[in-house]
Design a protein around this ligand. Structure first.
Ligand SMILES: Cc1ncc(COP(=O)(O)O)c(C=O)c1O
Length: 383
C-alpha cells in the first residue's frame, strides 16, 4: 500500500461486533478472560499492558514508518524516556545531537545524570563528530533532525551506517518531518521517537508519543518499559490521534507550501536579518534535506534587526499568529524558544548551539498564506 492509503486504512478494520467504520474507543480497564487456560486469548488483559484502540494507532504508525512495530505513550517525553530506559544502564553513555528539544536535554542532564548515565551533546550534522565521541560504554546514539528549534540537520544514513558498524542503536526523533516526508528506518536507523502531539495529531487536541522499532527484539524491550513504567497512551488520545493521522499528508503539504511562501516573504523583508527554512536555497543543509526527505516541513525561524526586544514586541503585535508552545497543528503558532520551549537549557549552552535570544520560531499552519503574511507584515511595520 502507498502512503496515503496506509494513513487511512493501516491498523484499522471495521469493528467485528457492530461494523463501526472507526475503531471504537475501548474505554475499559480490563478484559474478561474466557478461562484460566485461555488467558490473553484476545491479546488483551489490562489497559496499561495493551488496549485495542491504542493498538490500532501503534499498527498505523509502524506501517507509516515501514517498521516492525510501534508502541504508543502518554507523551513524546515518555517515548524518549522509554528509549533511554530500554537502552541504558548506570555508567553507560549516550550521544545526543547538540540541538534537541529542551525537554530531552533536561531529561539527560537533570534526571539521568542522577542515575550515573553519561552523555555528550555533539554536533551530529558532521557524522565524524559521532565517531570521535563514541566510547567503549556508548549504548545509544540519539539524533533529532531537523532539530528543534534551529533546524540543524543530521545525515541519518551516515550516522546509521556508523552506528550499525559500531553495534550501537541509533534513535531518530522524527517529530518535525513525520513519516510522510522522512522515514529514518528506511535510512538505516533502529528506533524512532515521535511526539504525536505535533503533526500526527495535528489539531492541538492531544499530548502523546510513540516509539517505532526496526525489529521485534527492539520492540519487545520498549514494550517491557512501557508496561513496567506505566506510560501507555490512553484510548481517548489514541482515538483522536487515529483521526488526525488520516489527513497527515494533506496537512503537511499545505503547511509546507505556506511555510515556503512565508520564508520567502521574511527573507525579503528589511527588518529581518536571518531566516532559516530547509526549503530555502540559502538554508545551509538544503541539499541534505532534499537527499533524505521528500519535503521540507512547516517549521522555520527568523531574527529581527532589533534583536530580542524586537522579537518580543513582534510576538505581542501579531493577531492571527498565536503565541503558544506546541507546533505542528493546523493553527499557526509563534514561539520564543529561549523563554518557552528551550528554557531548560543553560544560557551559555543555548548560545553555543545557536539558540540566540532573538530567535523567533514559527510553526506554520493551514490558514491562507496571504493572511499569515499580511499579519506578519503589519506587525513588522509597527516594531
Ligand atoms: C522534537 C520534539 N521531540 C519531543 C518532544 C516532546 O514531546 P511531548 O511534548 O509530547 O512530550 C517535543 C515537544 O515539543 C519536540 O518538539
Amino acid at each position: 500500500m502507498r502512503f496515503r492509503t496506509k494513513q487511512i486504512h493501516a491498523g484499522v478494520t471495521p469493528d467485528p461486533t457492530t461494523g463501526a467504520i472507526l475503531t471504537p474507543i475501548h474505554q475499559s480497564t480490563t478484559f474478561v478472560q474466557p478461562s484460566v487456560d485461555e488467558y490473553m486469548a484476545t491479546g488483551y488483559s489490562y489497559s496499561r499492558s495493551g488496549n485495542p484502540t491504542v493498538r490500532a494507532l501503534e499498527e498505523k504508525v509502524a506501517a507509516l514508518e515501514n517498521a516492525a512495530d510501534a508502541a504508543a505513550f502518554g507523551t513524546g517525553m515518555a517515548a524518549t524516556n522509554a528509549v533511554m530506559l530500554a537502552m541504558l544502564n548506570a555508567g553507560e553513555h549516550v550521544i545526543f545531537s547538540d540541538v534537541v528539544y529542551g525537554g530531552t536535554y533536561r531529561l539527560a542532564t537533570q534526571v539521568y545524570r542522577r542515575f550515573g548515565v553519561e552523555y555528550d551533546f555533539v554536533d551530529t550534522s558532521n557524522p565524524a563528530n559521532v565517531a570521535a565521541t563514541v566510547k567503549d560504554n556508548t549504548r545509544l546514539i540519539f539524533t533529532e533532525t531537523p532539530a528543534n528549534p534551529t533546524l540543524k540537520v543530521t545525515d541519518i544514513a551516515a550516522v546509521s551506517e556508523f552506528a550499525t558498524t559500531a553495534g550501537i542503536p541509533h534513535c531518530v526523533d522524527n517529530t518535525f518531518l513525520t513519516p510522510y516526508y522522512q522515514r529514518p528506518i528506511e535510512l538505516g536507523a533502529d528506533l524512532i521517537v515521535h511526539s504525536t502531539t505535533k503533526y500526527l495529531d495535528g489539531h492541538n487536541a492531544t499530548v502523546g508519543g510513540a516509539v517505532v522499532a526496526r525489529t521485534d527484539e527492539l520492540q519487545e524491550k520498549i514494550k517491557f518499559i512501557q508496561n513496567s513504567t506505566g506510560t501507555t497512551m490512553s484510548p481517548q488520545v489514541a482515538w483522536l490521534t487515529l483521526q488526525g493521522v488520516k489527513t497527515l499528508s494533506e496537512r503537511l503539504d499545505r503547511q509546507s507550501a505556506n511555510a515556503m511562501q512565508i520564508a520567502r516573504f521574511l527573507e525579503a523583508h528589511p527588518k529581518v536579518t536571518k531566516v532559516a527554512y530547509p526549503g530555502l536555497e540559502s538554508f545551509p543543509q538544503h541539499e541534505l534535506v532534499k537527499k533524505q526527505a521528500s519535503g521540507f516541513g512547516a517549521m522555520a525561524w527568523f531574527e529581527l534587526t532589533g534583536g530580542l526586544e524586537a522579537g518580543k514586541k513582534l510576538m505581542g503585535l501579531v493577531q492571527l499568529w498565536t503565541l503558544a508552545e506546541n507546533l505542528g497543528s493546523v493553527e499557526s503558532l509563534i514561539t520564543h524558544p529561549v523563554t518557552m520551549t528551550h528554557a531548560a537549557i543553560e544560557p551559555e549552552e543555548r548560545l553555543r548551539i545557536g539558540i540566540t535570544d532573538g530567535l523567533v520560531r514559527i510553526s506554520v499552519g493551514m490558514e491562507d498564506a496571504e493572511d499569515l503574511i499580511e499579519d506578519l507584515d503589519q506587525a513588522l511595520h509597527r516594531i
